[in-house]
Design a protein around this ligand. Structure first.
Ligand SMILES: O=C(O)CCC(=O)C(=O)O
Length: 184
């Protein structure tokens, strides 16, 4: 692991490593015209802003893979909650194996906002993630690990909870992301 990352908490390693690497032309190479057309088709309207692509790099062997102490979050608030605020693209620059540090997303979590009991159950399940898959299933959600092959792209409704995960493999995790925002 590079010296600059020693001693940093697992998820800060991702931010630090990603900031150390510059790749001119990354955005143009990834956010193609075809992809913007696909986002427009899925959203039913064209994005009003597309943020520049950012690298998401994780060093190898960050520790044992776990669902504990992850950083589940959403990047934007949806107002109103039933209106899609944007679509985020996650690009696999290299193959990413299971437990190789891929972003995790909770499919279905965008529906929980309006249901207070379900939201409380979800918070509790994520805080103590024993038997998490089953608890999520009961709430009508599934966890998607964005592992796959180089060239794969995941398109995520930006209302979904998502988190970085631990890279437990011997390979660097090389992904990138870009957010397509949809105002109004
Ligand atoms: O490092 C990751 O995979 C998490 C990325 C993330 O949370 C984001 O781009 O909003």
């Amino acid at each position: 692991m590079p010296r600059a990352l020693h001693g940093l908490p697992v998820f800060q390693q991702i931010g630090k490593l990603s900031s150390l690497v510059k790749y001119p032309g990354l955005h143009e190479a990834l956010m193609t015209r075809e992809l913007v057309d696909e986002v427009t088709r899925l959203a039913g309207r064209a994005p009003t802003a597309i943020q520049g692509a950012q690298l998401l790099l994780s060093p190898p062997q960050q520790g044992s893979w776990t669902l504990e102490n992850l950083n589940w979050h959403v990047d934007v608030k949806a107002r109103p909650a039933d209106r899609l605020p944007g679509i985020q693209a996650f690009f696999l620059i290299d193959d990413v194996a299971t437990h190789g540090g891929a972003t995790l997303a909770l499919a279905g979590s965008h529906r929980v906002g309006q249901r207070a009991t379900a939201a409380a159950s979800l918070r509790e399940a994520l805080r103590t993630p024993v038997d998490l898959e089953r608890k999520l299933q009961a709430l009508g959600m599934t966890m998607v690990e964005m592992a796959g092959r180089a060239g794969d792209v995941f398109l995520m409704d930006m209302r979904l909870l998502h988190t970085p995960s631990v890279n437990a493999t011997k390979h660097m995790r090389m992904m990138a992301t870009s957010r397509c925002l949809l105002d109004g």
